[in-house]
Design a protein around this ligand. Structure first.
Ligand SMILES: Cc1cc2nc3c(=O)[nH]c(=O)nc-3n(C[C@H](O)[C@H](O)[C@H](O)COP(=O)(O)OP(=O)(O)OC[C@H]3O[C@@H](n4cnc5c(N)ncnc54)[C@H](O)[C@@H]3O)c2cc1C
Length: 309
């Protein structure tokens, strides 16, 4: 099985998900080609272990993201049976468009990929897990942090290709309320608050813990809908962002099915809730039955102690 990986970038460098995509492809065997849109991170991509070839695709249309221009430029370069991308909003859109151009099926948001193209993904808003065997050629987007990243030490050949298409859509300005804080979709640790935080100013306690841990702060939909100060960009869940951090800390969040849909595949889940019957405890690896007023100061002190030792 030969695989083409569409690399992901952020802040003008290669995103760590790219090494995870290579890790997933390596488990299937066969050659691996990475295509780097805009040439971003091509040198780093070539150093990922197991990569046979890197195609650095340079051209005017890669200055700003335009799905059609990108997929028309990249599709002719995709020669392999399996195409992999991340399941970020951009990754999902781009791989769908490439799959449509090549006339192959696409499976999104896969959390496991085994030999014989046996894929696992959540369906019905996270209420069920589906395992299905698919046949190649096909395109698959993979959920962040679900696959072991391939190591370094590679020395793949880099080929530069110049190609471009007319842009039909361009982002002129990004207006964001989230500021410079880490976005939940990028974070390895997330601490989220729900309606149980009582009022938006109490999120400052979450930010204190987040700063100690280098974590991002998220929120339930009840929190973002109730309080203007909590932006929708922080929402985790079915109609918010799907996250798979190594650690997800849910504070004052009941654990409605729509919230679980966005975070239940996190590696470890810690729940803090005063109600021992709260459904969040059914998915939590660790649970603290207490008010956040009691639990957060202890958690913060313990963390500071551990981190300073
Ligand atoms: C179509 C649809 C899509 C939706 N999409 C999303 C989505 O993407 N994300 C999402 O989150 N929700 C979503 N929802 C809403 C979801 O159903 C819930 O209403 C919401 O998740 C509840 O948020 P919450 O847990 O913060 O609030 P609540 O359900 O009100 O829970 C508050 C929790 O805080 C606890 N608590 C109270 N005081 C304290 C304290 N001092 N210390 C500790 N614990 C305390 C309570 O015991 C309770 O468990 C969606 C709903 C629909 C219908």
């Amino acid at each position: 099985m030969s695989t083409t990986v569409i690399s992901e970038s952020s802040n003008n460098s290669l995103h760590p998900i790219t090494a995870q995509l290579v890790g997933a492809a390596s488990a299937l065997g066969g050659s691996i080609t990475i295509i780097c849109p805009g040439g971003i991170g091509a040198t780093d991509a070539a150093q990922i272990s197991g990569v046979s070839k890197v195609i650095s695709v340079e051209g005017g249309c890669f200055n700003t993201y335009d799905c059609i221009a990108w997929s028309e430029s990249l599709s002719p370069l995709v020669k392999d049976d399996l195409i992999l991308s991340s399941s970020s909003a951009m990754g999902r859109e781009l791989i769908s468009s490439i799959a449509a151009t090549k006339g192959v099926p696409v499976v999104q948001d896969v959390t496991n990929l085994a030999e014989g193209l046996l894929v696992t993904r959540s369906i019905y808003s996270g209420k069920a897990i589906e395992e299905v065997r698919i046949s190649s050629p096909c395109a698959i987007s993979l959920r962040t942090n679900s696959f072991e990243a391939a190591g370094g030490g590679g020395s793949a050949e880099i080929t530069t290709v110049n190609v471009s298409r007319d842009i039909t859509v361009a982002v002129k300005q990004a207006l964001t309320k989230a500021g410079e804080r880490l976005d939940v979709s990028e974070a390895d640790i997330i601490i989220s608050g729900g309606r149980g935080m009582g009022e938006p100013s109490n999120f400052s306690h979450l930010y204190e813990v987040a700063d100690a841990l280098g974590a991002a702060v998220g929120a339930s939909r009840a929190a973002v809908d109730t309080w203007d100060d909590i932006p929708h960009s922080m929402q985790v869940g079915q109609t918010g962002k799907t996250v798979t951090p190594n650690l997800y800390i849910a504070v004052g969040i009941s654990g409605a099915i729509q919230h679980l849909a966005g975070m239940r595949s996190s590696k470890y889940i810690l729940a803090i809730n005063k109600d021992p019957e709260a459904p969040i405890f059914s998915v939590a690896d660790y649970g603290i039955v207490a008010t956040w007023e009691e639990a957060l100061p202890v958690l913060k002190d313990q963390l500071s102690e551990i981190l300073s030792s």
